[in-house]
Design a protein around this ligand. Structure first.
Ligand code: G6P
Length: 612
């Protein structure tokens, strides 16, 4: 969702801002803009469309004067349609104060009414524009940008990652955060602020994560941070750990394909240093202080969104089967608002690739407020959920840029498997059983490699089915959530309607849809539901449905029924989703490519959903 970048220093600001915006394109957006201050004047350029459109506009127009301070924004529309006027930055009445914003100002109508009475003039239909006018109003009596922003944000309710410039104070950038991430990159003689570390890494590795309710002033040489209540604070400087090449495509046509192919390595990274091979056990250092609580919890509640929610469903199956701990899985967006019953000893586990999803973060805070212990399973190091959890496990998948999550999913499953072994061993699983699980986990990266070594059959099937309008995905047991995930991948990037179902539920509705135009993807590995899903495939075939079956190497029976087979190596039932999802990721990818879709920037979607 909205990308934000701001720069102040010795270098020319514009190229840094444009590069930063490009690095954040993957987050999802529909318009882009920049603001510079040069010779004491604000210069704004913005427009609907892509960063490349903005770049062309800049090239076509008069060259912009040199500037050493500026900010850029990519907007994902919430209030007001995506157009040139609603694009950020937004300015005050006198074109002296400019703001860019990620989030939602909830009391904007009330504030706007007051500001209209004070004679302010609005041009856009955004919630953001009121912030520029509110600061303008306060600046009249408090002519200090840092202070004016602080006072303004005290009047605002909602969420924001905000960057403000004033032509009266061309030597500073003021930023504020409530719920939407902002990272301050600390350079030498320059400072940079961004919503995403991807826009900072080229300039510095030293970062400070701004917290909620904090306001900061950045000059070229200094960063001052205060709370909204005017208390000065000192924060630790963290170091970014990923490399530039991890956020580049490395020869692949799309980030999504690159990340699908990284899965052998990313699973290996999720396991690294965590397996106790002799003991048939695992070590998860981030849970040391909470593991007893988890072990004795009457139940675990997983809260997540999107693909992470699918991972949670599989985690439920793993933990209930092996660790005998009752688990409930909740959509974070529902959990946060439905006043859930939380008992003192319940443990809430938040699963989030980004660690910034607004609903998941709010679910964490709701759970904390009710006294529960909260655990984060995140990818992005230093993200809000990671920081606010009582304990947690990083999945170490490396930056995931593709909007459709792939490697994060398999790494989340790997970490959930580790968590299962840890808890199961504490609750009575024998060393022998532990050894079997640990041994099989270790084999997964090689098995993933085998699946990825030849993807021609999947590409071929994609070509055969690319014109279809609907797809059904069926799975049972551990592979029911994989059916949901396969359908989600296809929807997200190819815009084909797809639904996932537990295979047996097909008879309670979806079977009415089946004919030769309804491809059915059945996930049918050798597991305890194998015979059952074979019957479901028969039912589909009896109605002339076309079946693509994901099976295990060595499969003999389904080949006689299904139209197409995609084979993956066998593994233990609980790890099977880690392998069976990979062909589904590839199928969605190749269908989308065959349909000419822009896989890395799917329409209307955002990578990190930082508004509710
Ligand atoms: C967005 C992304 C999905 C992701 C979901 C949850 O919708 O496009 O790929 O699964 O958010 O994100 P999280 O970062 O919390 O895992």
């Amino acid at each position: 969702m909205c990308g934000i970048v701001g720069y102040i220093g010795k270098k020319s600001a514009l190229p840094i801002l444009m590069e930063g915006l490009k690095r954040m394109e993957y987050r999802g957006y529909d318009s882009a803009g920049i603001a510079l201050i040069s010779n004491g004047k604000l210069i704004i350029r913005k427009q609907k469309g892509k960063v490349a459109d903005l770049e062309n506009k800049l090239l076509d127009g008069e060259p912009l004067p040199e500037a050493h301070i500026g900010m850029g924004h990519t907007r994902w529309a919430t209030h007001g349609e995506p157009n040139d006027i609603n694009a950020h930055p937004h300015i005050d009445c006198r074109n002296e104060i400019a703001v860019v914003h990620n989030g939602i100002i909830e009391n904007y109508l009330a504030l706007k009414t007051k500001l209209l009475q004070r004679g302010h003039h609005f041009v856009s239909t955004t919630d953001t524009e009121i912030v520029a006018h509110l600061i303008e109003e306060i600046y009249k009596s408090t002519p200090n940008l840092f202070e004016a922003v602080r006072l303004a944000m005290k009047q605002v309710t909602g969420t924001y990652g905000l960057v403000v410039l004033s032509s009266h104070e061309p030597d500073k950038i003021v930023v504020a955060r409530m719920g939407s991430p902002l990272i301050l990159g600390i350079g030498e003689g320059e400072n940079i602020v961004a919503a995403d570390a991807a826009a900072i890494i080229e300039h510095t590795r030293q970062v400070v994560y701004l917290g909620d309710g904090e306001v900061a002033e950045l000059t070229a040489d200094n960063v001052t941070i205060k709370t909204l209540n005017d208390v000065k604070i000192t924060k630790v400087v963290d170091e970014l750990t990923f490399d530039l090449e991890q956020i580049e495509k490395g020869g692949f046509p799309h980030f999504m394909l690159k990340e699908i192919h990284e899965q052998s390595e990313s699973i290996e990274n999720a396991l690294r240093g965590r397996l106790l091979e002799e003991e048939g056990n695992v070590r998860l250092g981030g849970l040391d202080n909470v593991v007893e609580k988890i072990e004795h919890a009457p139940r675990l509640i997983f809260a997540a969104c999107g693909t992470s929610w699918h991972a949670a469903l599989i985690g439920e199956y793993m933990l209930e089967q092996y660790a005998q701990i009752p688990v409930e899985v909740e959509y974070a967006s529902e959990f946060r608002y439905r006043n859930p019953i939380l008992k003192k000893d319940d443990v809430v586990v938040l699963i989030s690739q980004s660690g910034e999803t607004a609903d998941t973060l709010a679910a964490l805070r709701e759970a904390k407020a009710k006294g529960a212990t909260v655990i984060g399973i995140c990818n992005v190091v230093g993200s809000s959920i990671a920081r606010e959890s009582d304990g947690g496990v990083y999945i170490h998948a490396g930056p995931e840029i593709g909007v459709a999550s792939t490697k994060a999913f398999t790494s989340q499953l790997t970490v959930l498997a580790l968590l299962t072994i840890l808890l199961a061993r504490r609750k009575g699983m024998t060393r022998e059983q532990g050894l079997e699980l640990v041994h099989e986990l270790k084999l997964l990266p090689e098995k993933v490699k085998a699946i990825l070594s030849d993807t021609k059959q999947i590409e071929y099937i994609a070509g055969e089915f690319k014109e279809m309008k609907n797809f059904l995905y069926l799975g049972r047991g551990y592979n029911f959530p994989v059916a949901l995930e396969g359908a989600l991948k296809l929807k997200e990037i190819s815009y084909i309607h797809a639904e996932g179902y537990p295979a047996a539920e097909m008879k309670h509705g979806p079977i009415a849809l089946i004919d030769e135009k309804m491809p059915v993807v059945c996930i049918a590995p050798f597991d305890r539901t194998y015979d059952k899903i074979m019957s479901n495939i028969q039912e589909v075939k009896a109605r002339r449905g076309r079946v693509i079956a994901i099976v295990n190497d060595g499969e003999k029976n389904i080949g006689q029924l299904a139209d197409y087979l995609i084979s993956v190596p066998p593994t233990l039932d609980l790890f099977s989703p880690i392998l069976s999802v990979i062909p589904l990721q590839l199928l969605a990818y190749y269908i989308a490519v065959a349909r000419g879709a822009n896989v890395d920037q799917p329409r209307n979607l955002a990578k990190s959903v930082t508004v509710e």
